[in-house]
Design a protein around this ligand. Structure first.
Ligand code: HEC
Length: 400
């Protein structure tokens, strides 16, 4: 073809860049305010409307910040809100989900060995799950959560675990992990736009009109923003999981998913816990959770049988034939399957040297985790996987 722009890939590249920038700004500002709240000192002089103050230096500028109670008298003309970072992170994220996953549902979302969905079922189910999960979580916190936050926290965790289980039982491993991230991301942005911002607006309006401020609004909004801080680290794990096949490829990958969520949340707990309020208990808890996550890779072990390597020597010609028929249709500079662009993952198997030097990755992706060929589009067989594994265990020798 004369013009082959890989339009989908270029637009995903652009949108992913926007997603990263807005996501970094969002997380950056919310962590900054978390830090600020924890670092504020009691005002030195007697200032009745100041709750806390501090000095900072950054890039040669000195800043004095005060946290104030607002009153009709000190209400500023311009008030800076931090709200578009969240909205744009979510919008770009949903666009990416559309371009990468919905646009290639049969390659990225559907794994027939998990569930034999049609692309329409996968996409419809995904959209429904994202929306329904929010209504469950939000409804819970608008009702039970207001009087019994402890109970609502437990139920929220159960809802999250149930969706982890569902995603992992209907979607390919990588899509399941990304969906869990998209689900938390949706909750977080809806928390900001549907619950936190309107509550702030109500307080501002009341103050402006000199009506008594209902601090219950700020209490509920505060709770949602605390939820957001607990979801941040798990979401980042989910987003990165795509690059690490050992996270999503196991048989019981939902266990790994839930453990990663607990681990991310416990790191947040350690970071923010104030002295004397469980910091020291949280550290060993986080470390043992991390150990659990790592160990669980035994329990959720990848589907492949790494011990099937004993047997007669495998001639390279057999391996070469398998790679030619099962891998090169994608992994070449000018691939027959165009969906993923040239050299997906930066890999081509065009020379014997490349095959030899990539042996360990071939074993990891095609033999142990069975995450290659992508969506098994080229229909590799179990025997062929075993042959590749055996050849690699025998030293991955290639013909000169
Ligand atoms: C249908 C297309 C397709 C086929 C066929 C395919 N791959 Fe891939 N491969 C991809 C895509 C897309 C990526 C990048 C995404 C990823 O890493 O999951 C990739 C990435 C890789 C990577 C680099 C990432 C890493 O973990 O190091 C390796 C190695 C790999 N594939 C091995 C193989 C092997 C071996 C085969 C044949 C048994 C194969 N692939 C067949 C699409 C394919």
């Amino acid at each position: 073809m004369l013009i082959d722009l890989h339009f989908g890939d270029w637009s995903a590249y652009l949108v992913r860049w926007i997603h990263l920038i807005t996501g970094i700004s969002w997380i950056g500002s919310s962590f900054y305010f978390m830090w600020l709240d924890a670092a504020l000192e009691k005002p030195v002089a007697n200032k009745p409307d100041v709750e806390g103050e501090l000095w900072m230096v950054h890039s040669g500028g000195f800043y004095e910040v005060e946290r104030k109670k607002i009153t009709a008298a000190n209400m500023p003309k311009t008030l800076h809100w931090f709200k578009y970072e969240a909205l744009f992170t979510w919008t770009s994220g949903i666009c990416l989900l559309g371009i990468v996953y919905y646009g290639n549902a049969s390659a990225y979302m559907i794994d027939p060995s998990v569930a034999n969905l049609t692309p329409a079922q996968a996409v419809g189910g995904s959209l429904a799950a994202l929306a329904i999960s929010w209504f469950l979580y939000d409804g819970l916190w608008q009702t039970v959560g207001k009087s019994k936050p402890g109970l609502a926290t437990g139920v929220s965790l159960a809802i999250a675990a149930a969706f982890a289980f569902l995603f992992c039982h209907f979607l390919s491993g990588r899509a399941a992990f990304i969906h869990m991230g998209a689900m938390f991301g949706t909750w977080m942005v809806a928390n900001v736009w549907v619950r936190i911002l309107p509550a702030q607006q109500k307080m501002i309006d009341a103050t402006r009109e000199d009506r008594p401020v209902d601090y219950a609004h700020s209490g509920h909004a505060k709770r949602r923003s605390v939820h957001n801080t607990y979801m941040t680290f798990p979401v980042l794990f989910m987003m990165l999981s795509n690059h690490y096949a050992m996270t999503y490829s196991g048989q019981k990958n939902y266990v790994m998913l839930i453990l990663l969520i607990l681990f991310g949340a416990s790191v947040r707990h350690v970071m923010v816990a104030k002295e004397g309020k469980g910091t020291w208990a949280a550290i060993p808890a986080a470390i043992s959770l991390l150990a659990l996550v790592a160990l669980s890779s035994q329990f959720t072990r990848p589907v492949g049988d790494a011990t099937a390597s004993v047997g007669p020597p495998v001639p390279f010609s057999d391996v070469h034939a398998i790679i030619q028929s099962r891998c090169v249709s994608c992994h070449s500079k000018d691939p027959v399957i165009k969906t993923f662009g040239p050299m997906p993952g930066g890999i081509s198997f065009e020379t014997n040297e490349r095959i030899h030097s990539l042996a360990a990755r071939i074993k990891f992706r095609a033999v142990i985790t069975k995450t290659m060929p992508m969506a098994n589009m080229t229909k590799i067989t179990e025997e062929e996987r075993t042959t590749l594994g055996r050849w690699i265990d025998q030293g991955a020798k290639v013909d000169e």
